[in-house]
Design a protein around this ligand. Structure first.
Ligand SMILES: NC(=O)c1ccc[n+]([C@@H]2O[C@H](COP(=O)([O-])OP(=O)(O)OC[C@H]3O[C@@H](n4cnc5c(N)ncnc54)[C@H](OP(=O)(O)O)[C@@H]3O)[C@@H](O)[C@H]2O)c1
Length: 287
């Protein structure tokens, strides 16, 4: 069986590492748009191809032998990417994929790591896969359009995994939050955030491949957490001064709490059910 991971950044590379024990019976192809990454990824796959997914020739070549395509795309660059950048990365890639499908009869399964941001703001309420996506204008609406392009493919098994915010090795929350120590912040920090460890993102992808999952599946941990709680716990564990919440109008909406019932029903067991149990607040950083 051939599996190709299009886009081997944080999630894609974690999935590739997870699939190593299944080689060589699994024929694994990875893609990158950069020559230097081609070398760095070479030990993880049978083949590492240069592929910009918006380029029909390159995408066709990358998928020609494969039964399963896993799209782990993300906009390039370290800076915040605007809506157009998102559109180019996701919408243009999936338009390109759709145009190639008649030439890819052996490609049976398509998976995509999307985002829970398509739900938009739900006033802090719970949402699940049956809740209509309502992202409002901007990045979220581009991601919804991307999902719709894939969702309209009806002669292959398509699964859209809506990921929560990622954390894990290399994206440590303590490091990301420590600059807030002792600062004043407007509001009460009431916005809900939804997280998933990168090992669970990759684990759910592997389970989705094996189980032939289809449709939309939220991939988040069990416990949405308010910004205030997230920051307080991280700073306390690092022995740093707390944030002073000054009250008044919340600068952000209340967010939403994402349910993962479908993920559980499909049989996936989270390795990191909440951010506290994940080792993300690693105790070795406590002075
Ligand atoms: N990060 C989060 O917290 C988060 C939250 C919710 C959902 N997600 C979803 O998960 C996806 C993956 O996240 P990630 O953190 O793994 O992203 P990432 O680390 O930025 O990796 C994405 C990879 O996509 C590749 N890429 C970019 N443009 C491409 C193109 N046109 N054609 C082919 N490959 C292209 C890049 O690979 P090269 O540079 O090697 O070419 C990049 O390394 C996100 O885009 C999003 O849909 C992420």
């Amino acid at each position: 069986m051939g599996l190709t991971i299009i886009g081997c950044g944080y999630v894609g590379e974690t999935l590739a590492r997870r699939l190593q024990p299944r080689r060589p019976s699994l024929d694994l192809t990875l893609t990158t748009t950069r020559q230097e990454r081609q070398v760095a990824l070479s030990h993880l796959a049978d083949e590492v191809m240069i592929c910009d997914a918006t380029d029909p020739e390159q995408l066709l070549k990358s998928l020609q032998k494969t039964h399963t395509a896993v799209f782990c795309l993300g906009p390039k660059g370290n800076q915040q990417v605007d809506e157009e950048g998102y559109r180019h990365t996701f919408v243009d890639s999936f338009r390109c994929l759709r145009s190639l499908l008649p030439q890819l009869p052996q490609l049976r399964q398509i998976l995509y790591t999307g985002s829970c941001s398509v739900y938009g703001d739900a006033n802090g309420n719970w949402v699940d896969e049956t809740t209509p996506a309502c992202p409002g204008p901007g990045h979220g609406s581009v991601l919804l359009e991307s999902e719709q392009l894939l969702g309209a493919i009806n002669d292959r098994t398509v699964c859209i995994l809506r990921l929560g915010a990622l954390h894990g090795p290399g994206r440590d929350l303590n490091k990301r939050l420590k600059n807030l120590a002792g600062q004043e912040r407007q509001g009460e920090g009431n916005t809900f955030t939804n997280w998933v460890h990168v090992d669970d993102a990759a684990g759910a992808l592997e389970a989705a491949v094996d189980g032939q999952w289809s449709g939309v599946v939220n991939v988040v941990n069990d416990k949405p957490i308010r910004v205030r709680e997230l920051v307080e716990q991280s700073l306390a564990r690092q022995g740093l001064s707390p944030v002073q919440w000054t009250g008044g109008l919340e600068p952000q909406s209340s967010g939403r709490r994402i349910r993962n019932h479908r993920l559980k029903q499909l049989g996936y067991r989270l390795l990191h059910p909440n951010v506290h149990q994940s080792g993300v607040f690693s105790t070795n950083q406590v002075p």
